[in-house]
Design a protein around this ligand. Sequence first.
Ligand SMILES: Cc1ncc(COP(=O)(O)O)c(C=O)c1O
Length: 422
Amino acid sequence: MIDPTDLHGALRDPALTSMTFLNEVASHYPDAISLAAGRPYEEFYDVEDLHRYLRRFTRHLSEDLGYDEGAVRRTLFQYGRTKGIIHHLVARNLSVDEGIEIDPEAVVVTVGCQEAMFLVLRALRATADDVLLAVSPAYVGLTGAARLTDLPVRPVATGADGIDLDDLVAQAKAARAEGLRPRALYVMPDFANPSGRSLGLATRERLLEIAAEQDLLLLEDNPYGLFHGDHPRVPTLKALDTRRRVVYLGSFAKTALPGVRVGYVVADQRVRGGGPLADELAKLKSMLTVNTSAIAQAVAGGKLLEHDCSLVGANRREREVYAANLTHLTDGLAKRFGEDSGVTWTVPSGGFFVVVDVPFVVDDALLERSAHDFGVLWTPMGHFYDHDAEVRALRLSCSAVTPARIDQGLDRLAGFVSAQLG
Ligand SMILES: Cc1ncc(COP(=O)(O)O)c(C=O)c1O
């Protein structure tokens, strides 16, 4: 018999059971309408796409890169380069879509963005004094990765601008006053999960200045930036980064397909006496996943090639559909919850998520009741806070549903809320 206290402390942390709990609730109530899942819309996919992407990438190896038959076979079937085999396509994609110009050698292709987060946090956690700052509420995958790497997370308030920059400075200084070393800030400048908030250009520029003043890296996570509806895009932090303060975390989960489990990290910071930080991350990766599946990279690479490395181009229909869904969701909330209902919500300009504030405490037991009695799923906001305090908010997602299902789901949500207030 193994005593749980003899296992790593992270295993007793609620952050690690969060994703599994939410998936399990969904699987226990298959007929419930899910306004919880932040997945892409499944009907966009066709199995034939996978074959076409693979063929496209294979052609790229022979025709564009000049590989002979043996080299093509080796590339797809064998163990491969630790930093990946689509790094040049990722670099081109970032140039085409984001105006980010980087050396492909600064890219590590990872098993989803999740592995990228783990590698970066593992590398940055040098001593027990190191801490991570994170805009709160934060993506639970980040909190979990921090637990696995024994890196304490200090919250920074969202404030009115998507990040409270005064609080950021205060938190960095407070940590230092305690003898700790804040290494980096985790931030989602575009349509954050879960808050839906985005940073304006002036806030981004000031944030970059503060990062330099406070000697912080910025870990920019950007899975939703392309889903901006009709609103003009604001440059990413990495595109504005003239001082190599930004480590850019990329995911193909929402812009290509989550099943491929391919993400990446751009780490072009120089390491004294060595190459880019990416090379250090690759050392860690070589002992974690050896390399990202060549087949999976070929699928992601084929999708990139099919769209001239533009995921903006590849996601025109998705952008429209998600934007229409988001508007449908917030309009639907307005139709169902009057000004005196005590219910308020965010109206993000893009992304998948809306946060609804309600006049009662929201916890996992309440989600179960909502699923069981009312047939609607959502995510308790408590999952995104790194504390035990009561939270009176829930997150709705609009990505994996149709407008008709959003209507049905909101009708059920309205029934649930009125029963709670009843
Ligand atoms: C903030 C954030 N980062 C990253 C990811 C995606 O990570 P991965 O590429 O590992 O699927 C998600 C997906 O839900 C997310 O919301």
